[in-house]
Design a protein around this ligand. Sequence first.
Ligand SMILES: [Fe+2]
Ligand SMILES: [Fe+2]
Length: 406
Amino acid sequence: MTRHLSPLERLPRLPSIVRERVEPYFEALDVMTAVKDPKIFASLGPSGVRGLILQRGKQGVPTLIGSKHKAHFDWSYPSDQPEMLELYRRAKAGQWDGERDLDWSISVDPDNPEVPMVPENFFNADKIREFGIKLTPAEGLRLTHSTVAWMLSQFLHGEQGALLAAAQVTEAVQFFDGKLYGATQVVDEARHVEVFHRYLDTKLDKLYQINDNLFVIIDALMADSRWDMKFLGMQIMVEGLALGAFGMLYRITKEPLLKSLLGRVIQDEARHVHYGVLALREHIRTQLSEAERQEREDWAFEVALLMRNRFLSYEVYEEWFEGLLTRAQWQEVVNTSPGLELFRQVMFSRLVPNLRDIGLLSDRIKPYYAEAGLAKYFDGVSARELDETTMISALDAAGSFEIAAE
Ligand SMILES: [Fe+2]
Ligand SMILES: [Fe+2]
């Protein structure tokens, strides 16, 4: 039987130097052609070209993204959403100061094995060795250091996206109580940018560029004129995924400053996701046609897959292994690394239940999530049932844990 080779499979015949240049483009094309629905393609496609092919997020500063949403004013100042008003009250009372409330005098040594940032088996060192690269223990620690800095850099870039998206959403949302609440989220996100940046800059001494796939999502939601797509992209997808990742890192890190920083941020994020669920739940159930609902359901799934399959820390690969490993080999290292794999899983623990709650997890789409290995989160607790105190105490009660080897 003869089988057609995909462009990616044909690449091994190319000299390695050429291969390394063209591989990322073929991967980008793979992502683009995987999106079959023309409506989803129309909404994600242009962002895909800007993010994956042109790599706009990596072309220096500034990056300018146009947007055509409408600012929604209401001169009657209605009290229209009691639950959002309650979130606004809690947000005002829960404000903290990134300078005063975190102990920046703690000295952080990411290469100190006594206080590991993440457990030792975060990476699959055996796989790296199998591919002919032997890392000394010190190099292993530095690789972990790079990976943690990469993750925190992506958190930081996501927070900048959240800061700007929260400002847009505050303008565009039709709920007046939502606008009041939204203003507190803008402050929260500014504080998150402040503390993640300070940690990376003064404690890890490293900052990675934005991952192309994260850029695609941020670009798509910033440019979309529909407020509910901004909400879905930022409050549900990006924040939901981040919350899962923050919770995981909070539990596994032994570094005290990072742990307290994450603990603070998680409590703010719990409110943000709660707000997103409240706003979208009502909108999707009452304002959208079934066709519009399905479009959003598919969009959310495509974005989830983009993060599930493509969030592969290539920026770390380029720094450490370009020319030594192929991108396919790196992908195998990432996919078989217990810590990284667990991360990619738990990112969805907070997201999937929220999709269910807002009405974007119908029986039509469930089999696709199941196929991606995410069925175990179908019955999880949604953000509406999880306030900030409950969330952090649940994480504390679950305790720190070690990553089991496969
Ligand atoms: Fe945030
Ligand atoms: Fe947030």
